[in-house]
Design a binder for this molecule. Structure first.
Ligand code: FMN
Length: 134
């Protein structure tokens, strides 16, 4: 696992919506916007499954994910890859469910997706593009 820090962490935490990419076991890709995202530790992200369909199916058969986040001000962009775990009960699930529901009581909060960050890459256009940074 790798830990976010400095500018990467700052940009991550201020990003409101991130595209979340998954793939089926046979390699069919899928991407969907996610906003119920929290960096709970420098190496761990929580995302709430409110309305996931293909995303959740993919995670069950191929538990890896990619996200990217982009800062309009600095034009910096980073990609994160991670391994995932899906939880539908327990203290972490309940904590995040309650937190998400304070923002909107209608949110189904079906499951907690725990992402353990394994890699970070630069996606800022230019000579650093694609470089593994963590
Ligand atoms: C701005 C925005 C934020 C969203 N945030 C979430 C989220 O945090 N969790 C969630 O489950 N769905 C969220 N959605 C809805 C999913 O992106 C949507 O249900 C999508 O169909 C999921 O992809 P899938 O059906 O391929 O799994 C969001 C949608 C938008 C437009």
């Amino acid at each position: 696992m790798v830990a976010l820090s400095g500018e990467i962490k700052e940009i991550f935490t201020k990003t409101k919506v991130m595209p979340m990419a998954t793939a089926s076991k046979s390699g069919v890709p899928n991407v969907a916007p996610m906003a119920s995202i929290q960096l709970v530790a420098d190496d761990t992200v929580w995302i709430m499954d409110n309305y996931m369909q293909k995303t959740l199916e993919n995670l069950k058969e191929n538990p890896v994910v990619a996200l990217y986040f982009y800062d309009q001000g600095t034009k910096r962009c980073f990609q994160i890859k991670g391994s995932t775990e899906v939880r539908t009960s327990g203290p972490d699930y309940e904590k995040f469910r309650d937190q998400v529901r304070t923002k909107g009581h209608h949110y189904p909060a079906k499951s907690l997706i725990i992402i353990r960050i394994t890699d970070v890459f630069e996606c800022t256009p230019g000579k650093e593009a694609g470089k593994k940074v963590l």
